[in-house]
Design a protein around this ligand. Structure first.
Ligand code: FEO
Ligand code: CA
Ligand code: CA
Ligand code: CA
Length: 505
C-alpha cells in the first residue's frame, strides 16, 4: 500500500533510558548538530531566528542535500527576550514579542565533508514572516462583522504546529493566542486561524500570506491534509485545549494537480466538521445546523444572537461544535494520516480536568477508508503511563516503515515531580502501528532540561530528522543562574531554543 515498506515491527535502534541530563541524548550511532538557534542571523539583511521554535518542515531544493526549512516560533519568554514586563509591555517590548514569534524560513544544506547541516545565510529565500507581517483574511469570515470587518490583519501569532499542502505551500497554526495576546494588548480577533505561506515566494508578493477563515478559529495545533476518494481536499486539525474537539474540513471543489498553488482556493470554500465520537459522526458546523440546535435551549436567545452568520460560527467554532453535540476530548494535539492505511492518529496529550494525567493516542477509522466520509469508528491506539513509558504525547510523524514517532510535552512545572518523576525529561518515542510490537513505545531521544522536543520532520530520503528544542531552561527565575545552558555554545550566558538535525538513520 502507498509504496511503503511494511517493516513496522522493526526498531533499528537500542532504546535509551529516561534521563535528566541537560543534553539531547540519542541511541548509540546517532548524532545531532544545531542548525539554527534563537538570535542567529539568517540572511544578508540581518534578520534573526525567533524564539521557541516548534513545527519544522523541509522543502527540497536539491533533494535531501539542500532545502528550505520553515520553522514556527510559538511564543517568547520575557526573561530571555523582552526583559522585565512586570509593569506591562512597552511599545518596544511588544515589537520584540511580535518579531520573535511567527515564522522563519531558512536555507539549509548538508556539508558534504562533515555531514553537518548548516544555514546558508546568503539565501535569497531566507526571511521572517513574523507577528509584524501583513496577512490577507480569506474565506467566509473575511470582512465580516465577526472579525470587525478585517480584510488584512497584522501578523501571525502563537504558531505551534502546521502541515504541508499538496501544492507545495505550508500551513502554520495559531494556537494559544490568549497566552500573551491579552497581556500585550493585541487584538485577539486576528488570531486562532490557519495561515498559509509559500516559502519559495521570496518577497511574499505573488502568494500573499493568508489566514484561512473557512478552517475555523480555535486553538489550532496542526493541519494534516489528504484527499477524499473523490479528490476533495480534507484537513484534520486539533484544538489544543482541555475538553475541546477534533475537526476536519472538506473542500467543496476537487484537487487539480495541474492548477498548482491555485488549489489554495479549495481552502476558502468548504465545510468544517467536528467529531461526535459517541455517534461516530462528523457534524457540520453550518449556521443552519447551529441555529436549529439552539432552539429550545435555556439560553436560546443569547445563542441565536451570538450565531447569526456562518462567520459567527467559524469565529466561535468550539462553542458551535459543543452545541452541535461534538465530543469534548483531552487536549487534541497533533494529527497524522497514516501513509500505510489512511487511518487517523490523534495525540490527546492529557486533561487534568478529567484525571487523564498521561494522555493517549486515538485512532479514527473513516468509513470505507475514505477521508471524505462523514462516519467513522475509533480505538485508543496507545495509552501514556509508566507501563508504556511515555506521558503527554504531542507532535506525531510517520516514517517510511509505518512507525509513528511522537514527542512528549509534560509541562515544565510538572517534570520530574510526582506522577511524572519516572519519565524524567521530555523525549521522543517510536511506536510501531502494525506487526507484533504494535502500540509499544521505544524511547529514541531525551531533551535538555525543561525543554520539549517538537516538530519532527524528515528529509525525503529519511536520512536526517529535523527537530526543534523548545523552551530549554523554562523554569529559570534568575537570569544569572539558568536551569539549562543547552545548546552549551562557548560564550553563551543563556539557554537557546534551536532546530537540530539528527543523523545516523
Ligand atoms: Fe503548542 Fe499544543 O502545543
Ligand atoms: Ca504542540
Ligand atoms: Ca505532525
Ligand atoms: Ca503541547
Amino acid at each position: 500500500l502507498f509504496g511503503y515498506e511494511n517493516r513496522a515491527s522493526r526498531i533499528d535502534f537500542e532504546p535509551i533510558a529516561p534521563t535528566t541530563m541537560d543534553e539531547i541524548v540519542l541511541p548509540d550511532g546517532y548524532t545531532y548538530n544545531v542548525v539554527a538557534a534563537y538570535g542567529d542571523v539568517i540572511n544578508q539583511r540581518g534578520d534573526t531566528f525567533g524564539f521557541n521554535c516548534d513545527f519544522t518542515m523541509y522543502l527540497p531544493i536539491q533533494g535531501s542535500q539542500r532545502g528550505l526549512l520553515l520553522v514556527n516560533h510559538e511564543y517568547t519568554n520575557p526573561l530571555f527576550v523582552e526583559g522585565d514586563v512586570s509593569k506591562g509591555y512597552s511599545p518596544k517590548q511588544i515589537e520584540s514579542l511580535l518579531y520573535n514569534q511567527g515564522l522563519a524560513i531558512i536555507e539549509v544544506y548538508q556539508d558534504p565533508k562533515t555531514k553537518e547541516w548548516k544555514m546558508d545565510t546568503t539565501s535569497k529565500y531566507a526571511r521572517r514572516i513574523s507577528g509584524l507581517a501583513p496577512f490577507e483574511m480569506v474565506g467566509p469570515a473575511r470582512g465580516t462583522a465577526a472579525v470587525n470587518g478585517a480584510t488584512t490583519v497584522q501578523g501571525t501569532f502563537a504558531n505551534c504546529s502546521g502541515g504541508a499542502t499538496l501544492w507545495g505551500t505550508v500551513l502554520s497554526c495559531e494556537e494559544n493566542w490568549e497566552r500573551t495576546a491579552g497581556t500585550a494588548g493585541l487584538d485577539t480577533t486576528h488570531y486562532g486561524w490557519v495561515v498559509e505561506v509559500d516559502p519559495f515566494d521570496k518577497d511574499d508578493k505573488y502568494f500573499k500570506p493568508r489566514k484561512h477563515t473557512a478552517l475555523g478559529r480555535f486553538h489550532h495545533e496542526n493541519c494534516a491534509m489528504g484527499l477524499s476518494k473523490d479528490r476533495r481536499v480534507v484537513v484534520y486539525s486539533g484544538d489544543d485545549k482541555r475538553d475541546a474537539c477534533v475537526y476536519k474540513y472538506i473542500s467543496k471543489g476537487k484537487y487539480n494537480e495541474a492548477k498548482g498553488k491555485e488549489n489554495s482556493k479549495l481552502l476558502e470554500d468548504g465545510t468544517l466538521y467536528a467529531a461526535d465520537m459517541a455517534a461516530g459522526k462528523w457534524v457540520a458546523l453550518t449556521i443552519e445546523n447551529v441555529r436549529e440546535a439552539a432552539k429550545g435551549k435555556d439560553n436560546e436567545s443569547a445563542l441565536l444572537n451570538k450565531f447569526q452568520t456562518q462567520a459567527d460560527v467559524l469565529v466561535n467554532a468550539h462553542d458551535a461544535a459543543i452545541l452541535l453535540g461534538a465530543t469534548p476530548t483531552d487536549r487534541p494535539e497533533d494529527i497524522e494520516i497514516s501513509p500505510i492505511d489512511n487511518t487517523i492518529f490523534i495525540a490527546h496529550t492529557n486533561n487534568s480536568n478529567r484525571g487523564n494525567f498521561h494522555g493517549h493516542i486515538t485512532r479514527f477509522f473513516e468509513k470505507n477508508d475514505d477521508l471524505g466520509s462523514l462516519e467513522f469508528s475509533f480505538e485508543i491506539f496507545a495509552v501514556g503511563g509508566t507501563q508504556s513509558g511515555f506521558s503527554a504525547p504531542d507532535n506525531l510523524d510517520f516514517d517510511r516503515h509505518g512507525n509513528l514517532w511522537t514527542v512528549t510535552d509534560i509541562s515544565t512545572s510538572s517534570l520530574n515531580k510526582g506522577a511524572y518523576e519516572p519519565f524524567k525529561n521530555n523525549g521522543m518515542f517510536v511506536i510501531p502501528t502494525t506487526g507484533d510490537k504494535k502500540g509499544q513505545a521505544f524511547q529514541f531521544a531525551s531533551g535538555p532540561v525543561e525543554s520539549e522536543l517538537t516538530g519532527p520532520w524528515w528529509t525525503p530520503n529519511q536520512k536526517t530528522l529535523f527537530l526543534s528544542v523548545q523552551h530549554p531552561g523554562e523554569q529559570t527565575r534568575d537570569i544569572n543562574n539558568p536551569t539549562s545552558m543547552w545548546p552549551h555554545r562557548p560564550g553563551d550566558t543563556m539557554p537557546r531554543p534551536a532546530v537540530v538535525a539528527i543523523k545516523g538513520f
